[in-house]
Design a protein around this ligand. Structure first.
Ligand code: ATP
Ligand code: MG
Length: 205
């Protein structure tokens, strides 16, 4: 078992690259739910993305470390990166549950768009037992637009699934990669050390 943490936030993502949308969301969730720590988990081989199109895990890991260094509440885990094959959220949560023990409440933080995919994930019932879920609204996503059957499903778990509003940050990794490719500025969209790392390593060209 690792250190004793009562409330642990978990922010999963491809982080290709990590940007201020991720960081603002994690910080908002930390404050709102009194999380003692937020663990960033760069994915190994992401289940929903073409593996060929995703940057090397070590680059994504390094950028995540650089971006979170200045926040004493933020940490980065290699759990998904060091595992072979596709990392399903349910497997990741099982490992973290094992590492931290039963006294730690796990809060899985995701964009609200992604939380709706919970229904499509394998073992959603087990997921909800393992962790609570915090869905952050992001630009272009309207809570009103949730399909009624999804809404009904979410309403069954009012104490396991929560929604928070974060300042509207229309930042996405896709847009950042596109900007780099076309020679546009990514300043103020990602932390400065991440910007330097991307340039130094010639990523997204
Ligand atoms: P891509 O454009 O490659 O899909 P992304 O910007 O969505 O990248 P991911 O690494 O896929 O970044 O996202 C990790 C998590 O952060 C997901 O749960 C996603 O919903 C959430 N997220 C991404 N961007 C934002 C944002 N601007 N505000 C709030 N949450 C975000
Ligand atoms: Mg995404």
């Amino acid at each position: 078992m690792t250190e004793a943490v009562r409330k642990l936030g978990i922010m999963g993502g491809t982080f290709d690259p990590i940007h201020f949308g991720h960081l603002v969301t994690a910080e908002a969730a930390r404050k709102e739910f009194g999380l003692e720590r937020v663990l960033f988990l760069p994915s190994g081989t992401p289940p929903h993305k073409n593996p060929q199109g995703v940057s090397d895990a070590e680059h994504r890991y390094m950028m995540t470390v650089l971006a979170t260094l200045s926040n004493p509440y933020f940490d980065v885990s290699r759990v998904d990166i060091d595992r072979e094959g596709i990392s399903y959220t349910v497997d990741t949560l099982r490992i973290l549950r094992e590492q931290y023990g039963d006294d730690t409440e796990l809060y899985f933080i995701t964009g609200a768009d992604a939380i709706l995919e919970i229904m499509r994930w394998k073992s959603s019932d087990e997921l909800l037992q393992l962790a609570q879920f915090i869905g952050a609204t992001r630009p272009g996503f309207e809570l009103d637009s949730i399909p009624p059957e999804t809404k009904a499903w979410l309403d069954q778990y009012p104490d396991r699934v929560h929604m928070i509003k974060v300042p509207a940050l229309a930042i996405s990794s896709t847009d950042i990669r596109e900007r780099v490719r076309s020679g546009n500025s990514i300043r103020y969209l990602v932390p400065e050390p991440v910007e330097h790392y991307i340039r130094r390593n010639g990523l997204y060209k």
